[in-house]
Design a protein around this ligand. Sequence first.
Ligand SMILES: Cc1ncc(C[n+]2csc(CCOP(=O)(O)OP(=O)(O)O)c2C)c(N)n1
Length: 276
Amino acid sequence: MTVIQEATTHPKDTLLRVDRFPHIWCPTCGIGTAVSCFIDAIRATGIDEKQFAVVSGIGCTGRVAGYIRLDSFHTTHGRAIPFAVGLHLAKPDMKVIVFSGDGDISCIGGNHLIHTARRNMDITVICVNNFIYGMTGGQLAPTTPQTARTTTSPYGNFEYPMSLPHVVSACGATYVSRWTVLHIKRLTRAMKDAILHRGFSFVEVIAPCSTLCARKNRLGTGTNMLSYYHDHCEINHEANLADVGLDYQGKIVCGNFLTIEKPTFRDLLEENREEV
Ligand SMILES: Cc1ncc(C[n+]2csc(CCOP(=O)(O)OP(=O)(O)O)c2C)c(N)n1
């Protein structure tokens, strides 16, 4: 006779603060999958969990820091990157990871993003791009594709969107990748590689905002959006980063676009310390 034992724990429990559940994310939101991949990536690095710090800004994705059982910090809107930089400079042996949303990182936090990439600061930024300000009611973000409807673009967005991989690579990031939450294995691997990379690493995670982005544009649920990713993603690691911008309902070019070695901010600091 087969005895079915009920599981009382989940393998990811140790890194998840399940005591804080239920979490705030909507059904079929993509952030949970990104967190799940992140936990697997942390484990796959083989680095002691005490060596990690996770920093988030404000927003739905910004809640990640609060649900992760690592040293984690929930900072003010747009300020996750400078907070992480301070942490990294004070504790250079720690792996400092910013985990936040596209609005938080590219809009109010946009200047910090470009200058931290420019300095090749040795931190990792994981940005969940759901093309909208999820937490505050679905306003337009710098990443919202043209023609997409949001609360603040009810007739369709007519601004040109920002392509995050292009921006960070042009500024000086030394590791850049983009995956959707459908690409669980590839996303996990990219997060792991980004964490192990020396220098400014950036992982863009394309994820559905099922409640606002999908509803405003009549795209169905997050599950429908995963199906869309399945049919419209093109993997091209060699893609020209000037050409990976995203159109509304167009193809999504994914890949591990860039890995280069270049002295980090701290390398240059050490090099010049004597003279200074
Ligand atoms: C200084 C300041 N301005 C505005 C806000 C309101 N606010 C909170 S979250 C957010 C946008 C978050 O968008 P995004 O980073 O895309 O995260 P999502 O919720 O979509 O994951 C805004 C504008 C704030 N908390 N603080």
